[in-house]
Design a protein around this ligand. Structure first.
Ligand SMILES: [Zn+2]
Length: 164
């Protein structure tokens, strides 16, 4: 008898996006993104963070104050990191994201050739950025799919009984 209650592809890839998000040092928003080929292969993965060489100890995570002292000019979003991390052609791929992509990431998604976005939260749906994002993505023919559920992923350490 084989196991029947395995994760679906959507649960698996969105779960991976949540796992990746757990690497983010952003105290307010942790986002993960996973790019997947049409053969269900993981092509790339990312989370929101500062560019290489820009230390989390030097750059601010603040959301308020002078622009230069907030995170906004510095942070690389999960989707853009996943696109930039990829060594493969992304044409026809899907991107799984825990939060609907902003307008800047939407441009990168379109230009990369990704043709489908599977997302979970749409908590900024009312904002001008997300409205502009959806306008571009729809014009470009990118398929937008919101999962009808949210993933709850918990990672914890336990005692390893094989360590003597
Ligand atoms: Zn973005």
């Amino acid at each position: 008898m084989k196991r029947e209650d395995v994760l679906t592809w959507d649960e698996y890839f969105m779960g991976l996006a949540h796992l990746s998000a757990k690497r983010s040092k952003d105290p307010s928003t942790q986002v993960g993104a996973v790019i997947v080929s049409s053969e269900h292969r993981v092509v790339s993965i990312g989370y929101n963070g500062f560019p290489n060489g820009c230390s989390d100890d030097e750059f601010p995570w603040d959301r308020e104050g002078d622009f230069g002292n907030t995170k906004y000019p510095y942070v690389v979003h999960a989707e853009l990191n996943a696109i930039l991390n990829s060594k493969h052609d992304l044409k026809g791929c899907s991107i799984y994201v825990s939060l609907f992509p902003c307008n800047e990431c939407a441009k990168a998604i379109i230009q990369s050739g990704i043709s489908r976005i599977v997302y979970e939260s749409d908590k900024y749906a009312h904002t001008e950025g997300t409205i502009a994002s959806k306008r571009m993505l729809r014009s470009a023919g990118v398929e937008l799919v919101q999962l009808p559920y949210a993933i709850d992923l918990q990672v914890s350490r336990k005692i390893n009984p094989t360590i003597r």
